[in-house]
Write a protein that binds this ligand. Sequence first.
Ligand code: DC
Length: 221
Amino acid sequence: MRITVAIDGPAGAGKSTIAKLVAKEFDLIYINTGSMYRAITLLALTKNIEPFEVEKLQKLLDDTDMYFKKDRLILNGEDVNDELTLPTISNNVSNYAAIKEVRDKLVFLQQKMAQKFNVIMDGRDIGTVVLKDSNFKFYLNATADERAKRRYDELIEKGIEVDYRELLETIIKRDYIDSNREINPLTKAADAIEIDSTNMNIEEVVEFIVKHIKNNINYRM
Ligand code: DC
């Protein structure tokens, strides 16, 4: 039985936590597509390649290999997950994710994964582009304040010192760039179910999604 689940939404809406739990319920492979954009950003920053240097970026993309092992992204043979959520990456990733060459390569890889496995993917363009024909699409949202608060708690728990105001500003700026870029901007697919999680906890959102999939799994296949 083929099943794909798409979860889109702005930064900090809880997509990855929720997608991992839904993945367990239905035995799906979880693909965090944001981490793929973050991985390219990490490489580009390390090599001092600016987002507008598309030829250099293309070469970098051609030389880059990435795949998921369990929920962890392996980049050119290395587990770089701990670096991917650092503020320097978060502050720059939207600029690299807006570049056509970057999106072409990562969307291609994501679609290849979805052909091979039953997947749940989270990102910005999953329901609209990557898994346009997905059986199940969700658009997860929450206010910018609530999303910044969640990211703040997450980073503090990891021992990373951050300023809440700065974090909120970064989130608002990223929302703007992600939603207004020319190629595959963040937008709710017409057939996606929108969930406002501002006043919901993780369990409530997971329960809603699981229930919806279970109730519709037979006639959506
Ligand atoms: O989900 P995240 O915050 O880790 O995503 C990091 C950035 O990558 C985000 O600012 C937008 C971009 N992104 C994207 O453009 N398309 C996706 N499918 C996933 C992420």
